[in-house]
Design a binder for this molecule. Sequence first.
Ligand SMILES: Cc1ncc(C[n+]2csc(CCOP(=O)(O)OP(=O)(O)O)c2C)c(N)n1
Length: 299
Amino acid sequence: MCRIRAFEERVGRRFRDGDVHGFVHVSIGQEAVAAGACAALDAADVITTTHRGHGHCIAKGADPIGMFAELFGRSSGLCHGKGGSMHIADPRVGILGANGIVAAGIPLAVGAALTSRIRRSSTVSVAFFGDGAVHAGAFHEGVTLAVGLSLPVVFVCEDNGWAEFTPSGRWGGPAPAARAQGYGMRASSVDGNDVLAVREVVAETVAHARAGAGPCFVEACTTRLRGHFEGDAQAYRPEGQLLELEGRDPLRLARRVLGDDAAADAIARAAEEEMDAAVEAALAAPYPESSAVLADIHA
Ligand SMILES: Cc1ncc(C[n+]2csc(CCOP(=O)(O)OP(=O)(O)O)c2C)c(N)n1
């Protein structure tokens, strides 16, 4: 969690300095979902994520230097500097891709679970997505196929209270976990700011999926402590909400559980040093050659 926080704080600063191109959405306040869920996965398991996916990628094992280089548009970036923040992928460590299209990672994770089934492999797919995505057609298509074919996929819905500028629940209807139950899936709800609770619930659901018992759904309630995107003035937030949410900062909660401030400080310092060095290494890399402008482009 400290590594994710340190990475994204630097992303925010570099964005304001003009080194990061395009839109950037950070997951500050949501680190426990990424860290807890990925701690329950094997190296060969795969994930898909969203426009707010830095944390999931770091937790699944992406190299922060390659990620910074990607955000800075450098040729050494994980996608050669052409994907940016919302399209980070590294199949070598099971990251099938962040995605700028809301809910689009869900059918991809279901497809990867079908691949696992066809290859008789034991790998599980995890799709991370926000509460806003459960209103999208791709979510309903994905879960229908996963339930129908009893595929090894875990759907992790991060309800951070907002879908852009719309509060969760604005559209009424059942909460995400209840909707998932409506599809006949096992569904649980967890405090998404409690990293140990997230790990426990996701480990149980992954074991269920890996055993061939079908897909599962985890609703992780969490807190977005920054704007929807970097630079968002957040005029839509009720007054005092941020102050209240800061009391639920997952890093603060984990520090309390650890009960050892010196150890927590050392972990945070190591993460900051790692990410400072990663920024420098990434900034030292060259931009892609102009001759590479059409390479790897499929459109
Ligand atoms: C298909 C699609 N519709 C609309 C958008 C614009 N959009 C970007 S993020 C977002 C809200 C997503 O909310 P949620 O899924 O809760 O994720 P969060 O941003 O809270 O992490 C929307 C509507 C988009 N990128 N893709």
